[in-house]
Design a protein around this ligand. Structure first.
Ligand SMILES: CSCCC(=O)/C(O)=C/O
Ligand code: FE2
Length: 177
């Protein structure tokens, strides 16, 4: 895993966009991001049990897996959004970038590779893209507390008032402590 401030330069979002300014573990913690490298599924199972993640499935972000929906899906993944539940991803193959936004307009880019597990809290604005090497391939396990409530809410005035967003802004510093 590598975390750094996004450079905000134009160009392919799948490029690294590394500003050269690392994002510290404290920065990630203050954003409410939990990260763990899991060398085995047993490690994932232990974390899932500790955090009551009762369901899981897999997603492969690739044309052969998503078919005609591929372009629409990757466009939607990279469109800034929040979820009303945690987003938990364990990388099984390939690599990709999760970008998370602070309460301002600054983005932290988190590069995840095989074995990396991330937990992003409900209400955090984020986006995802595969990387240049894995332009068309990221395979990830998705873990869920309950049935997946995948209601991505794009950034907008109404979602800033969203109760999950407001709860996140109040509690974000405590979520990954
Ligand atoms: C590699 S997981 C696919 C992306 C996704 O499910 C999501 O919600 C991104 O924010
Ligand atoms: Fe998401």
């Amino acid at each position: 895993m590598k975390a750094y401030w996004y450079d905000n330069l134009p160009g392919d979002p799948r490029a690294p966009h590394d500003s050269g300014r690392p994002a510290s573990p404290t920065t990630l913690q203050h954003l409410g991001i939990l990260y763990q490298h899991c060398t085995s599924i047993a490690d994932v199972d232990a974390l899932a049990a500790a955090r009551s993640y009762r369901n899981r499935d897999e997603i492969t972000v690739a044309p052969h897996a998503l078919g005609a929906a591929y372009e629409e899906k990757i466009e939607g993944f990279f469109r800034e959004h929040l979820h009303e539940d945690e987003e938990i991803r364990y990388i099984l193959g390939g690599a990709g970038y999760f970008d998370v936004r602070n309460e301002g307009d600054e983005w932290v880019r988190i590069r995840l590779e095989v074995g990396d597990l991330i937990v992003m809290p409900a209400g955090i604005y984020h986006r995802f893209t595969t990387d240049e090497q894995n332009v068309e391939f990221t395979n990830a396990m998705r873990l869920f507390k309950e049935d997946p409530k995948w209601t991505p809410l794009d950034r907008g005035e109404e979602t800033e008032k969203n109760r999950y967003r407001q709860e996140y802004l109040k509690t974000r510093h405590t979520l990954a402590a």
